[in-house]
Write a protein that binds this ligand. Structure first.
Ligand SMILES: NC(=O)C1=CN([C@@H]2O[C@H](COP(=O)(O)OP(=O)(O)OC[C@H]3O[C@@H](n4cnc5c(N)ncnc54)[C@H](O)[C@@H]3O)[C@@H](O)[C@H]2O)C=CC1
Ligand SMILES: CC/C=C\C[C@H](O)C(=O)/C=C/C=C/C=C/C=C/[C@@H](O)C/C=C\CCC(=O)O
Length: 261
């Protein structure tokens, strides 16, 4: 599927992985709505993207994804601005073991809301023409990081939810492909949260072990994550897929055994 002329909404799109994905989409001819809580970062992002890709191709919508009404408005505004919606990237995420309830709210609850809103705007069930959703999980879902138990739980949850919804989409003939992306460590501002007790909470005492884990597994560049993301967005054969991206194996897929009776 070509993304030329298609419309995408990317949560957490103002920096890091989200920003790299926004740029990849714009480069391929999509129009993109950047939905992010950070007004100043979003303003800088918007002016830089306007300079590179032209002013009519991208919008910044300031929105806290945990505010259900604001998130609904962000979807609506995207459709009003660009006339349609084809691609939803639920990417916004935080690492906060101290305020772990907020981590569940941002990383899982809001991602579920974003998926349901995406379906309202794209599913054949709602009289729409179909589309694609990618939910951002993490390799933490496979390595159950002892430095981030709640973060890890949210990323497991993202995979379970995504795979169940992908099956629902087939059963319900939604015409929407739903996939998950699991990067290992990526060089973004999120990595700085390892230094901060306000984020790590009582697990700050494992900080050095955490850093050893980053040294061991390496740190990826956001551009590679955007490359994997574009495959999930454009490959029509992918639904319920769980893409992993690691330094050792690059872009690859997790395989599941078929369910036995
Ligand atoms: N950086 C890494 O090592 C890895 C990151 N991930 C996941 O990738 C996704 C993106 O992470 P990064 O780009 O690394 O993080 P980042 O911190 O660089 O960027 C996250 C973006 O999300 C926005 N955001 C945070 N809370 C929000 C909220 N309540 N409402 C709206 N926007 C909000 C931030 O303002 C920021 O622009 C997250 O889901 C993260 O869990 C997964 C694996 C590894
Ligand atoms: C302070 C950092 C905050 C948030 C980011 C968070 O820690 C996160 O999501 C990071 C996850 C990193 C996981 C890294 C693991 C990498 C593992 C691989 O190299 C293992 C090798 C192969 C995988 C096996 C397979 O079948 O693919």
């Amino acid at each position: 599927m070509s993304v030329m002329g298609r419309v995408a909404l990317v949560t957490g799109g103002a920096q890091g992985i989200g920003r790299a994905v926004v740029e990849a989409l714009l480069r391929s001819g999509a129009k993109v709505s950047v939905v992010d809580i950070n007004q100043s970062c979003g303003d800088v992002c918007k002016s830089e993207l306007d300079a590179e890709f032209g002013g009519d191709n991208c919008a910044f919508i300031q929105c806290d994804v945990t505010d259900g009404h604001a998130l609904r408005d962000a979807f609506q505004k995207t459709v009003e601005l660009f006339g349609r919606l084809d691609i939803v990237i639920n990417n916004a995420g935080i690492n906060n073991e101290k305020n772990w309830e907020k981590t569940i709210d941002v990383n899982l609850t809001s991602l579920i809301k974003g998926t349901y809103l995406g379906l309202e705007h794209m599913s054949r069930e709602h009289g729409k023409r179909g589309g694609t959703i990618v939910n951002v999980s993490s390799m933490a879902a496979f390595l159950h990081s002892p430095h981030q138990p709640v973060y890890t739980a949210t990323k497991h949850g993202v995979i379970g939810f995504t795979r169940a919804m992908a099956d629902a989409s087939i059963l319900g003939n939604y015409g929407v492909r739903i996939n998950a992306l699991c990067p290992a460590f990526v060089d973004t501002p999120l990595l700085q949260s390892v230094e901060d007790e306000d984020n790590m909470g009582k697990f700050i005492k494992f900080k050095e072990d955490f850093k050893r884990s980053m040294d061991k597994f390496g740190v990826l560049q956001p551009s590679l994550i955007a490359e994997g993301m574009m495959t999930l967005i454009t490959d029509p054969s992918l639904n319920g897929a769980v893409m992993k991206i690691t330094c050792s194996k690059g872009i690859h897929f997790h395989t599941y055994e078929p369910m036995s009776t």
